[in-house]
Design a protein around this ligand. Structure first.
Ligand code: TIU
Length: 223
């Protein structure tokens, strides 16, 4: 086993390379490009775009070291049969009709250009893509069995948005026994207040459901 110790909050995060996965949550055009779901909900997408570059550095380092990499995408079947009416109705009220036509194809629909991952973080062969209908990456997906089969116990979690899909996934993972480190500068919320609150919620109370650190602290170890 190749062991690492990352300077993190509230204390050092230890992991074995072979038992750790880099999880990249929903770095889709729908959240990072104009006219997508994120922008239609009324958000400024500058913060979600701004993490592409630091995240790319982490992804490169993880690939270099042979760390297991997993990507997720939030979205639905074209006939919307897997989209709860509650989610559909709330999106519509906010001006973001799931399934409506936008500049990148139908909003949040699998197979559309807007639903796919941004070019800079394009998955490589052998890196599983988890298509999820919900905010959490464990709900109605095969993520847990994929992690178990690889003997993964630790997750380094990145992506968007911090307060919605990233936090939901970390909470789900924590309850399943995974030790999660969230990278502060490789996650983004549309509003900086949500980013700050999310970081505090995770590492408070002795790390109530995880650790957080800046990506440089991880990269310093992975060199
Ligand atoms: N709206 C928002 O902040 N996020 C989402 O709807 N999905 C994800 O976080 N991926």
């Amino acid at each position: 086993m190749t062991k690492y110790l990352v300077d993190a909050k509230p204390y050092g995060y230890e992991f074995d390379l072979e038992r750790t996965a880099l999880v990249i949550i929903d770095m889709q055009r729908d959240f990072c490009a104009p006219g997508g779901f994120g922008e239609k909900l009324g958000n400024d997408i500058t913060p979600t775009r701004s993490i592409i570059e630091p995240l790319r550095k982490v992804l490169d380092a993880a690939r270099e070291k042979g760390m297991f990499v997993i990507h997720t995408r939030e979205g639905h079947r074209p006939d919307l049969s897997d989209c709860p009416p509650s989610k559909l109705n709330r999106g519509k009220r906010q001006g973001a009709g799931i399934g409506d036509m936008g500049p990148m194809g139908r909003i949040l629909i699998r197979g559309e250009y807007g639903h796919d991952i941004v070019d800079e973080l394009k998955p490589m062969e052998g890196e599983p893509i988890i298509d999820k209908p919900g905010k959490g990456a464990f709900y109605q997906t095969d993520l847990e069995v994929i992690l178990q089969n690889r003997g993964i116990t630790h997750l380094i979690v990145t992506g968007v948005t911090t307060h919605v899909c990233v936090q939901t996934t970390i909470r789900e993972a924590n309850d399943r026994g995974f030790d999660c480190l969230m990278l502060e500068d490789c996650t983004a919320a549309f509003d900086p207040r949500d980013q700050e609150a999310s970081i505090r919620m995770i590492n408070q109370q002795g790390g109530i459901f995880g650790w957080t650190a800046m990506s440089k602290n991880l990269l310093e170890e992975l060199v």
